[in-house]
Design a protein around this ligand. Sequence first.
Ligand SMILES: [Zn+2]
Length: 244
Amino acid sequence: MALLPDKFFLMNFRGICPSCNKEVVFRSRDSWLRDNFYCTNCYSIPRERALMLVIEKYYPNWKELKIHESSPETKGTSLKLKTYCSAYTASQYYNDAEPGKSINGFINQNLENQTFDDNCFDLVITQDVMEHVVNPEKAFAEIARTLKPGGAHIFTVPLVNKFQPTERWAVLDENSNIKFLKTPEYHGNPIDPKGSPVTMHWGFDIVDHIKSASGMDTEIIYMDDLHYGIRAEFIEVLVSRKLQ
Ligand SMILES: [Zn+2]
């Protein structure tokens, strides 16, 4: 008799991956699909595939656009944007280095205080970044400043509070150290082994915060489509547009 572990879980589904444009098998060995339902070809996860579909739908000419991605991944949708978009700029934030300097192929940028010119990007992309910024109001205002009129910030962020109001989870203390207001929480960060502290628990009212911080109107797009390997909790894609 075969013995299975208590928490055995396996999900396999064949479909088309928006992040690598191939017919693939999507597979998860964990019931928490958000971080585990991989494309077996490019290792994208559901939120990356949802983001790519939204970019393709609203900006089908994205390969010709000027795109800034903050804190990109090294795989999946970030890799696709980097590979096919000729005017793609990737930034990371190294707070002990000179702003605007090129470091390891990234431009050093604090999202809250960027050195980019006004009106210079067609698209700004962030993937699970906006729950880690200390002053999201400044970050949204700066993103709007750097977008061209008609451009958009297309991003994923876990809207964990859903219909409950957004909560601030951490602030900076007087010595610029993170001070949690609630239970300390960190997410993985490719450039920092300590991980990134979670500063915000966003709800659907994020659209009001973005509007008052930046003037941009935001659409929240939820998808559930196994054909594209898109099924998980908290995979809304947000599109904030700068007026023409
Ligand atoms: Zn893929």
